[in-house]
Design a binder for this molecule. Structure first.
Ligand code: 5GP
Length: 190
């Protein structure tokens, strides 16, 4: 069983994921592997397992990933099978904060046991404003993310639920409600 939160970069899926983790003790964040540079304040093993391109490619060859994607030019991200196993051993449900293509792949592997939520930004203009405010990207990387966002939004109907994030608090509560129902259906106590 797993929960997938997906969206274009900047749509608010990380904030929603954090909110859900605070509200559901049954969930555990699935820490992805990534080859991008560590941002100030990020912790290895908490935010990501940061690794070199060589390490990542070695793990691809060893089939250590449940899914992986080159999310941005030259930058790889992936969900390690060992991470899902680690969370299952804790008797918890993994919550994955991953890109749209990766989300589609995971969902295909676990069609019955997964709940996927697509977080929709109100508009590309609003997404641009949020990414500029966040200021974690160079101008070129920001443009990359915006170009990709329009394409990703076109896949929103592949997911179990679409949540519009024009108000973060409202979007968090809606996600909480959807997950609560999913957990009850799966026989978990709310
Ligand atoms: P960021 O560099 O801003 O942390 O993440 C960039 C994008 O990569 C986000 O959309 C994030 O959800 C996605 N991402 C993070 N981890 C994974 C992963 O394991 N697999 C895939 N496919 N995408 C991921």
């Amino acid at each position: 069983m797993l929960i997938i939160i997906t969206a274009p970069s900047g749509a608010g899926k990380t904030s929603i994921t954090r909110y859900l983790l605070q509200h559901f003790s049954q969930l555990a964040f699935s820490v992805s592997a990534a080859t991008r540079a560590q941002r100030p304040g990020e912790v290895h093993g908490v935010d990501y397992y940061f690794m070199t391109l060589e390490e990542f490619q070695h793990k691809i060859q060893n089939q250590e990933f449940a899914e992986w994607e080159m999310v941005y030019e030259g930058r790889y991200y992936g969900t390690l099978k060992s991470e899902l196993k680690r969370i299952r051993a804790l008797n918890k449900i993994p919550i994955l904060d991953i890109d749209v293509k990766g989300a589609i792949h995971v969902q295909e592997q676990y069609p019955e046991q997964s709940l996927s939520i697509f977080v929709q930004p109100p508009s590309i203009e609003e997404l641009k404003r949020r990414l500029e405010y966040r200021a974690t990207e160079s101008a070129e990387a920001l443009q990359d993310r915006l170009n990709k966002a329009a394409y990703e939004i076109s896949f929103r109907h592949h997911f179990n639920k679409i949540i519009m994030n024009d108000n973060l608090q409202k979007a968090c509560e809606e996600a909480r409600h959807v997950i609560s129902e999913f957990l009850q259906r799966q026989g978990f106590r709310p």
